[in-house]
Design a protein around this ligand. Structure first.
Ligand code: URA
Length: 214
């Protein structure tokens, strides 16, 4: 795989530990969901690292603090890709509770040349003025990620990040080829895709493991 420049991998020991548990086939849905929630909080911490700050004056109980820093200007919209991205939303919102949330529903048709079709889209009206963080559990072939970025760009968003728990080189390349300006934040990068377009070693079907549908 070529370089992973501009891809942030959250290699904190706590994240890596939790991602090991997500890989484990014996991890059941309840624990899987909790782990995705926790990992999403850590990743959101990294994804928001470059938010601009401004200095404000604060009255403390004992005096005045003239160079206190608060987040300035840019507001955030989280856009989970249904359905697996939904599992990351609460973790992201735990860190940025004032964020707005858009939803995109994307159906990936493996029979039809692995193309992506969007079937649902509801975005905040002011998304063009927000920093957008697209959420999906996996970055596998990249077709859903590319489609989601197409959709949010078409609605005017310019500052876009893509946050996923698990990526692979093929998905990173596809997203970066189509949208080089979209920064990728992930928990880990696995080896690649198998012939069924699952990430290997991977975590299996992320949506099914999150929601217990298999
Ligand atoms: N989607 C999944 O749920 N798992 C994969 O491995 C790839 C895409």
């Amino acid at each position: 795989m070529e370089n992973f420049e501009n891809v942030i991998v959250c290699d904190h020991p706590l994240v890596q530990h939790k991602i090991a548990l997500l890989h484990d086939k014996n991890t059941g849905s309840k624990e899987f969901r909790e782990l995705v929630h926790e990992v999403s909080m850590f990743m959101c911490y990294e994804a928001t690292r470059d938010l601009p700050l401004k200095e404000v004056q604060i009255q403390t109980p004992l005096g005045e603090l003239s160079n206190s820093k608060i987040i300035s200007g840019r507001k955030i919209a989280f856009v989970p890709i249904m359905r697996a991205g939904m599992g990351m939303l609460d973790g992201a919102l735990a860190l940025v509770p004032t964020a707005k949330v858009g939803h995109v529903g994307i159906y990936r048709d493996k029979q039809n040349g692995n193309t992506a079709t969007d079937y649902y889209c509801k975005l905040p009206f002011d998304i063009a003025n927000r920093e957008v963080v697209i959420l999906d559990l996996m970055l596998a072939t990249g077709v859903s990620a590319v489609k989601a970025a197409d959709i949010v760009k078409a609605s005017g968003a310019k500052n876009i990040k893509f946050m996923c728990v698990l990526a692979c080189p093929e998905g990173i390349k596809a997203l970066r080829d189509a949208h080089p300006d979209v920064q990728i934040v992930c928990g880990a990068i696995d080896k690649g895709l198998n012939e069924d377009l699952y990430i290997i070693p991977g975590i299996g079907d992320g949506g099914d493991r999150l929601f217990g549908t298999k």
